[in-house]
Write a protein of this length. Structure first.
Length: 121
């Protein structure tokens, strides 16, 4: 009887370790898939990533105008944490967006302000 309990114990240890190994391998595969998706996103051309981001923004927010800095922080750069402002501006122009500059203090209490507006339909 004691021998039977020992073999059951060894079998349960083997099953537990097998399940733990499978869980660790799955976690490793999931992490690799996540890294792959991150790099695939980074290597997608900026104008495509920007178009995807702009499609997710409500029309009412777009109509008010978007700050280039607000867009930059949501777009990862190819080699840096954020995309460069000049690259985002070029991609916006390519998508037909226009920049409106506000120099007067009565329109913008912060002083100079530039916003980007969608193309007219």
């Amino acid at each position: 009887m004691n021998k039977n309990h020992l073999s059951d114990f060894v079998a349960s240890l083997a099953a537990d370790s097998s399940a733990a190994i499978q869980a660790a391998e799955q976690a490793h595969r999931d992490e690799q898939d996540k890294q792959h998706a991150t790099w695939k996103e980074r290597l997608t051309p900026l104008d495509q990533r920007l178009a995807k981001l702009l499609a997710a923004i409500p029309e009412s927010i777009k109509a008010e105008g978007l700050s280039i800095d607000a867009l930059r922080v949501q777009l990862t750069g190819r080699f840096a944490q954020t995309s460069r402002a000049c690259d985002v501006a070029a991609a916006l122009r390519k998508l037909g967006w226009t920049r409106k500059r506000c120099w007067r203090g009565d329109e913008s209490p912060q002083g100079f302000r530039a916003t980007w507006h969608p193309p007219c339909k």
